[in-house]
Design a protein around this ligand. Structure first.
Ligand code: C5P
Length: 241
């Protein structure tokens, strides 16, 4: 059981490594997003990997197929464990991304699709010309990701149960997790780690409850204990890749 991904949402490599040094790569994976990657670059990813961490490169690529393919190939060659692109880039872009990671030479990273950003509600979708309800659009894009050979989707814990039923082949990577008794920050709808796993999440992305804690190692241990207490089912599924 190895479902916890700690988001290293920091502006500098120094701050990110200070947290990473307090985490155990045998127990958690780490996520590098746009801010940290833009400031610290591939060298930071290599440093994390040298310490034994599996890295989820959360850059949400979205561009013409050739450009996304090139970015995915570069990420695969960097050796990341997981990377993501926007499913709304369309089938040709998704297939180009999949072909790129499959032919990159190194160990194939897990390829994850972002469906509808949780920051977009029905009105915001309407404004950009998407008349579908958010949930219907999530389902549509998850189906496209599955048909394009993707390994999983980023989804809210609320969507995880539905996607487990509709697209069982896809892994569900779920942010918006708050351990019992911690602050919600700017996340509006949150589930505890146990609730999210029960709802069908395969991987839990946790940021501030660990990164902003007075004692990050203790906060991480508390999340791991909460995960370990979940009986069998989704949490005990083999997640070795
Ligand atoms: O600090 P917190 O646990 O809220 O961090 C969650 C992480 O997951 C952040 O890196 C955030 O960008 C990311 N994320 C999210 N909601 C999404 C997609 C990604 O919170 N829908």
């Amino acid at each position: 059981m190895y479902p916890l991904i700690v988001a290293l949402d920091f502006p500098t490599a120094k701050a990110a490594m200070a947290l990473a040094e307090r985490l155990d790569p045998q127990q958690v994976r780490v996520k590098v997003g746009k801010e940290l990657f833009t400031s610290a670059g591939p060298a930071l990813v290599e440093s994390l990997q040298a310490r034994g961490f599996s890295v989820f490169l959360d850059l949400k690529f979205h561009d013409i197929p050739a450009t996304v393919a090139g970015a995915c190939r570069a990420a695969a060659e960097l050796g990341v464990w997981m990377l993501n692109v926007h499913a709304s880039g369309g089938r040709t872009m998704l297939e180009a991304a999949r072909n790129a990671v499959e032919t990159s030479g190194g160990k194939r990273p897990l390829l994850i699709a972002v469906t509808v950003l949780t920051s977009l509600d029905a009105a915001a979708l309407q404004e950009i010309g998407c008349t579908a309800a958010p949930q219907a659009q999530v389902e549509r894009l998850a189906a496209l990701a599955a048909a394009s050979g993707f390994d999983g989707v980023v989804c809210s814990a609320q969507e995880a149960a539905l996607l487990r039923e509709r697209q069982p082949s896809l892994l569900r990577v779920t942010p918006g997790i708050r351990p019992t008794g911690t602050a919600h920050d700017d996340q509006r709808r949150v589930l505890t780690p146990a609730e999210a796993l029960a709802a069908g999440a395969d991987y839990l992305v946790v940021g501030r409850p660990i990164s902003a804690a007075a004692d990050p190692a203790a906060a991480c241990a508390a999340v791991l204990a909460e995960i370990a207490a979940v009986p069998s089912t989704s949490a005990s599924r083999s997640l070795s890749s």
